[in-house]
Ligand binder design. Structure first.
Ligand code: HEM
Length: 232
């Protein structure tokens, strides 16, 4: 969460560099800071994806993704009862939250992949930086040694233009995924607050303590209680 906020703030600074009067070196510095935070973010994301295979019962893919037998019926029932003001309670993500979390994970994954490519095209940083540096210098060892991010001084101009054409749809995807992510995060926060207020289940504090409060037996504990209790 902190990484995403930091990335969004630095991203907004990159987007508005002209209005902020940022110099060419300042722009490279902003992108470099953004990409360093991006590496921490990408490592966290990979860990979360791996944790969905190794983690506790409610962190696993089958309890996060909106898939599996009965998921459509559960979603319709949840929406119906949510609208009527008495939604069923869940220990893990409720069916609507599964949709939201999956969408957020897809957006974050898109940002991580496109961001890692941009770290290569804009800064010649890993994991793709050396291949891209080789591309824009045409493999010339001398140019390669002098190559600087944010400068066209030691590039093969035709190869550099090809690289920029390759980069264009990637930076566009990174930018539009950023806009969609900001709107989704806002909807996500509003949904969490509404769920907390309606269900009075301590959802927000459960993000730190892992403890939710229930006044009735949750739906996903009811289904196969012995299996679920033993795995948490
Ligand atoms: C939630 C994650 C992220 C968000 C919200 C985000 C947001 C942004 C935004 C708003 C921009 C400006 C786009 C533009 O100038 O058109 C940007 C640019 C950039 N991002 Fe990210 N980013 C994220 C993840 C990453 C990651 C993981 C990396 C790499 C490790 C990365 C590397 C870059 C680079 C190199 C640029 C400069 C591209 C340019 O010239 O605009 N980003 N990012």
């Amino acid at each position: 969460m902190l990484c995403v906020l930091g990335l969004a703030a630095l991203g907004i600074a990159i987007l508005n560099e002209k209005s902020f009067g940022v110099t060419a070196e300042g722009k490279v510095l902003l992108k470099t800071l953004h990409s360093y935070v991006g590496y921490v973010f990408a490592a966290n994301l990979v860990w979360r994806l791996v944790w969905a295979f190794l983690g506790g019962y409610y962190a696993r893919w089958k309890n996060v993704l909106p898939v599996g037998r009965g998921s459509g019926t559960a979603l319709r029932a949840y929406v119906r009862e949510f609208i009527s003001g008495n939604p069923p309670t869940y220990v893990g993500h409720n069916p609507l939250a599964r949709l939201m979390v999956t969408f957020l994970l897809l957006l974050l994954f898109t940002q991580a992949v496109t961001g890692l490519v941009l770290a290569g095209t804009d800064l010649y940083q890993p994991p793709f930086g050396s291949a891209i540096a080789e591309w824009v210098t045409g493999g010339d060892a001398d140019k390669l040694k002098r190559l600087q991010p944010g400068s066209k001084d030691h590039v093969d101009l035709a190869a550099y233009d090809d690289m920029r054409a390759f980069r264009k749809p990637i930076v566009t995807t990174h930018l539009y995924a950023f806009y969609v992510l900001m709107v989704s995060i806002f909807i996500h926060i509003v949904s969490v607050v509404v769920t907390e207020l309606r269900e009075k289940n301590g959802l927000v504090s459960a993000m730190i303590t892992g403890e939710k409060v229930f006044s009735e037996t949750p739906v996903d504990l009811q289904a196969t209680p012995s299996e679920k209790r033993s795995e948490t």
